[in-house]
Ligand binder design. Structure first.
Ligand code: NAD
Ligand code: UDP
Length: 319
């Protein structure tokens, strides 16, 4: 059945893929964004679709609209961008959640929160199940993001308990793919652009820290299944690819796939950088109809490299 769906942060990397997929499934999509880290370029190909609407709006201010579902994605996601204006990051997570939950309550819409593996901080339990409460530094440089997202989860659960709002929470693990912002400092985009330009690949610390990388199509499938899951299942649920790599392994894979002559160089490890991260996805498999990631690292990187290669050939240069 055709639904009317609001996506906050819809002009960002993940949001643009979600807009596209939901439109392709015959829904009406309203994309709300303030373009802090997103861009019109990410959704310009959707503008001809009469069932797509684009709204410039900041989620920290209330917004009123009639929709069936809300995906709340608005929030800068890379450390460089979320630390740029840390107070604004907290406001976006917390006030954005309050505004969207208030809207969901009023119009009785189902609402999904894009939470993050960062709620586990630098995890002491490995891999991380949803029952783990995490190891977050509440006053560290990542806290504006981590604690903002943790507070948003708390708001979601409390609006559900107190006001019966129909909520869903997903915890997204490192996701990559076409339309990542080449300047947002995330490891996959940094390494690919460096490899394509023949620059040194910047390994922070000793490069032995791990992450588990998920291709964006797998995430979008998981998000949509979570939105459609049984009413009693609110999450939080981990959505990520359990295959775990060190940053050195990632760099070598990218050098190999791009035939690059780039060399690895070491730079200081940022404060509070988590040493390991891997999702336990048994709950997602159980509740989301056997959901699991389908795209493995080499295949996903190949598609992402194609995208960045096209971007560089179209004349993109560093600001
Ligand atoms: P992104 O930066 O590409 O997208 C975020 C979007 O939100 C951008 O379009 C940005 O302009 C918009 N935005 C930021 N502040 C806003 C505000 N105040 N009002 C309205 N719009 C605003 O990042 P992404 O990777 O697409 O992440 C999307 C969501 O997924 C975020 O909530 C992020 O925390 C979450 N997430 C992403 C990852 C990942 O690996 N990409 C991992 C965990 C969680
Ligand atoms: N990283 C790196 N070189 C870079 C960018 C990041 O070695 O040019 C490391 C970073 O220190 C972290 C990992 O890659 O350990 C993932 O960083 P990213 O910012 O992509 O995601 P997050 O730390 O939020 O998981």
């Amino acid at each position: 059945m055709k639904k009317r769906i609001l996506i906050t942060g819809g002009a960002g990397f993940i949001g643009s893929h979600l807009c596209e997929r939901l439109l392709n499934e015959g829904n009406e999509v309203i994309c709300m964004d303030n373009y802090f880290t997103g861009a019109k370029d990410n959704i310009v190909h959707l503008l001809d679709n009469p069932y797509f609407e684009l709204i410039r709006h900041d989620v920290t201010h209330p917004y009123f609209i009639e929709v069936d579902e809300i995906y709340n994605l608005a929030c800068p996601a890379s450390p460089v961008h979320y630390q740029y204006n840390s107070i604004k990051t907290i406001k976006t997570s917390v006030m954005g959640a309050i505004n969207m939950l208030g809207l969901a309550k009023r119009i009785k819409a189902r609402i999904l929160q894009a939470s993050t593996s960062e709620v586990y901080g630098d995890p002491l339990i490995h891999p991380q199940p949803e029952t783990y409460w995490g190891n977050v530094n509440p006053i560290g440089i990542r806290s504006c993001y981590d604690e903002g997202k943790r507070c948003a989860e708390s708001l979601f659960v409390n609006y559900h308990e107190q006001n019966d709002v129909d909520i869903k929470i997903i915890r997204i693990f490192n996701t990559y793919g076409p339309r990542m912002n080449p300047e947002d400092g995330r490891v996959v985009s940094n390494f690919i652009v460096q490899a394509l330009l023949g620059e040194d690949i910047t390994i922070f610390g000793d490069g032995k820290q791990t992450r588990s990388f998920q291709y964006v199509d797998d995430l979008v499938e998981g998000m949509i299944r979570m939105m459609g899951s049984r009413k009693e299942f609110n999450g939080p649920v981990n959505i990520g690819n359990p295959n775990e790599f060190t940053m050195i392994e990632l760099a070598n894979e990218i050098i190999d796939l791009t035939n690059s002559k780039s060399k690895l160089t070491n730079q200081p490890l940022p404060a509070d950088d988590p040493t390991q991260r891997q999702p336990d996805i048994s709950l997602a498999k159980k509740e989301l109809n056997d959901w699991e990631p389908k795209v493995q690292l080499r295949e996903g990187l190949t598609k992402t490299i194609e995208y960045f290669d096209g971007l560089l050939k179209s004349g993109w240069t560093r600001k």
